[in-house]
Design a protein around this ligand. Structure first.
Ligand code: FES
Length: 123
């Protein structure tokens, strides 16, 4: 499987989320959330509308105010960080598209190359 380099784990502060483009011409960022040593990654593509919508109202604003959920600020949807499931808002029953992270021995993260052209998951 072809991989694209994304970032280093230390670029994401503990308890924060950041978005990274896997390629400069990629359609969507990949959101990486760090909680301690745990990392979760999803496409920056809200499933509310077919085709997906970028979720942050400003750069890297992917979490709600308490930092407990991923949030789409367009219509206030909240998503479980562990599963990507929408738990509140207009896309209940849908989920974010999880991205598999591959980490090397010194903390650099890569993603499958196909995510560079990925949009929202259709449910
Ligand atoms: S576009 Fe994300 S909640 Fe509507």
């Amino acid at each position: 499987m072809a991989l694209l380099p994304l970032c280093h784990r230390d670029e994401i502060p503990d308890g924060a989320a950041r978005g990274f483009l896997p390629l400069p011409e990629a359609l969507r960022r990949v959101i990486v959330v760090r909680r301690g040593q745990r990392l979760d990654a999803y496409m920056d593509s809200c499933p509310h509308y077919t085709g997906g919508t970028p979720m942050a109202w400003r750069r890297d604003a992917y979490l709600n105010g308490d930092g407990t959920h991923l949030a789409c600020h367009a219509h206030c949807a909240l998503f479980d960080i562990d599963t990507g499931d929408c738990v509140s808002g207009p896309c209940l029953g849908r989920k974010l598209t999880r991205v598999t992270l591959t980490e090397d021995q010194v903390g650099y993260l890569s993603v499958p190359a196909h995510v560079a052209g990925c949009a929202a998951r259709k449910e």
